[in-house]
Design a protein around this ligand. Structure first.
Ligand code: AMP
Length: 510
């Protein structure tokens, strides 16, 4: 996939001496600040406990616009890498690449606040590959790796490894992947003689460390990707354990889509005097995604979804459910209705996950039914639509889900099916994204408001924000507004064929 990175706009704004490394050409896009990130001393890596110096921070207001260095060659990358970049068809560095590559090449630690889709993999892969090739390629020692990249999911790990292999094709670097769900033997053999780049998920990496199949004492660069998802998945302690095995002298690159306090604290533990690069505002919804909400009863969602998935304009869709069982049930229903779909979630074997993703990428499956495991990181070209069959419990997940479409400058549509019990979750999303998402009311019973009056919602807010609250909310909502039998009522398969809940003529606006 290629991002449409526009040409730089010109006009040096100066005032960048504090950073030294960077040249700025786009005053509208970049603001230089001193973030003043301070270390409290890391229980893991620091021995001195000395405060970090003020961090050098670069904020880019838009991830794809604003490339302030004209070409990749101006970044000083090795000829082999430049050739690989040309072969990929990249013309100019994206904002995060232009800001991060010089800092990483200069040996700085890096704090990158950026989502996938911004070109962040190349932002760390290219300078790492460059540095590994410096001074003639020094081979890694037995069972050691020179660069370690931690990824929260197996799919993202494979994707990152593929990027290293692509960009490093002319540099002769070796790349290995450690992920769960597959045999240990081939992974052990891949690092037995040492490897340049190891991309791993935390659990499997710790298994290998425990078995003595891997040493981290020669690792020069450590990358923590998608740190916020790592913490969501409960990887904080495994990460600390891994970091503890790394040599004190190393370069750290830390990426996260969002920067809540818990992530900032982890960044302080790991990073030393980092350059800071932010691409787009925290939790900003992808601007190009055309977003809509359809209010609908829970038990009529699947028929509506089948309608919505059927038109040709829906060429490649991702459908998000809240639970693994829900994903399986929905996939079964859609398959029985004649749609080619695949499902991916954490209970599937690695083989099943790879096959599902492969079928979706190849266009053999029109829709991929997924839990939030696939909401981040996965880079599939030309996803035309994202459907939120159920709203996520955590509002940030909405931003990640809809970010699967409208990638690489393309357009995309995100449609959220919202039942009454989920209205609080919708409110939370609108609050986070500071958007009022255009809504259609498709409920059979439209006598009750789709959105409860503000007062009613206020009273429930605290409950909704607690984990596990939606089920309780559902029960409350059902009590507050018992469903009434309607003409053409909920759950009747034929409604769909007649095309109009409650007899209304309706065609999905795709
Ligand atoms: P990432 O944010 O790393 O997931 O990258 C998103 C997509 O952008 C990938 O498909 C990359 O191949 C692509 N990409 C990365 N850098 C560039 C660039 N400078 N120009 C065009 N496309 C890029």
């Amino acid at each position: 996939m290629r991002l449409a990175a526009p040409a730089p706009t010109g006009g040096d704004i100066g005032g960048v001496a504090a950073c030294g490394t960077f040249r700025f050409f786009s005053p509208a896009a970049f603001i230089l600040i001193h973030a003043g990130v301070r270390s409290r001393g890391s229980p893991v890596t620091r021995t001195s406990g000395a405060p970090m110096k003020a961090a050098c921070a670069v904020f880019a207001s838009h991830p794809l616009k604003a490339s302030f260095l004209t070409t990749f060659s101006e970044l000083g990358l090795a000829p082999g890498l430049l050739a690989a970049i040309r072969a990929e068809g990249y013309e100019t560095p994206t904002a995060i690449q232009a800001a991060a590559i010089p800092a990483v090449l200069a040996g700085r630690d890096l704090l990158g606040v950026a989502q996938t889709g911004t070109g962040k993999t190349a932002a760390f892969a290219l300078p790492i590959l460059h540095s590994l090739a410096q001074g003639g390629r020094r081979p890694a020692g037995r069972r050691a790796c020179r660069a370690l990249v931690l990824s929260p999911t197996r799919e993202l790990a494979q994707q990152i490894a593929a990027s290293f292999r692509t960009y490093g094709a002319r540099s002769g670097v070796s790349v290995a992947v450690f992920v769960g769900g597959v045999k240990y033997g081939p992974q052990m053999r891949a690092v037995a003689g040492g490897v340049d780049v190891l991309v791993a998920t935390p659990g499997r990496l710790i298994d290998h460390l425990g078995q003595g199949a891997l040493r981290l004492d020669e690792t020069e660069v450590f990358v923590l990707d998608e740190a916020d998802q790592m913490l969501d998945l409960g990887f904080l302690e495994p990460i600390r354990k891994i970091v503890h095995k790394l040599p004190a002298r190393r370069q750290n690159l830390f990426f996260s889509a969002t920067m809540p306090d818990s992530i900032a604290a982890l960044a302080r533990e790991i990073l030393e005097d980092p350059a800071e690069v932010r691409v787009a505002a925290q939790s900003t919804t992808v601007e190009r995604v055309d977003q809509r909400v359809i209010h609908i009863e829970a038990d009529r969602k699947r028929d509506l979804l089948l309608d919505l998935l059927s038109p040709r304009a829906v060429s490649r869709a991702m459908v998000f459910t809240r639970t693994k069982r829900g994903a399986d049930r929905l996939a079964k229903f859609l398959s029985a209705a004649g749609l080619d779909v695949a499902a991916i979630h954490g209970d599937k074997s690695q083989g099943q996950r790879e096959r599902a993703l492969g079928a979706f990428r190849a266009g053999q499956a029109k829709a991929l039914i997924a839990t939030d495991i696939a909401a981040r990181g996965i880079d599939v070209e030309a996803v035309s639509h994202v459907f939120n069959y159920e709203l996520p419990n955590v509002p940030e997940a909405y931003v990640h889900r809809i970010g699967r479409t409208a990638r690489a400058g393309a357009a995309g549509t995100a449609i959220t099916l919202c039942d009454r019990a989920e209205i609080g979750l919708l409110r939370d999303i609108e609050k986070l994204t500071r958007l009022s998402i255009p809504a259609e009311d498709m409920r059979a019973d439209r006598s009750a408001p789709a959105r409860p009056p503000a007062g009613e919602n206020k009273g429930k807010k605290k409950t909704r924000r607690r984990r596990g609250a939606p089920a309780r909310d559902a029960a409350r909502a059902a009590v507050a507004s018992p469903s009434q039998p309607q003409p053409g009522g909920a759950g009747r398969r034929n409604d769909r064929k007649r095309g109009a809940p409650g007899g209304r003529e309706w065609r999905p606006t795709l």
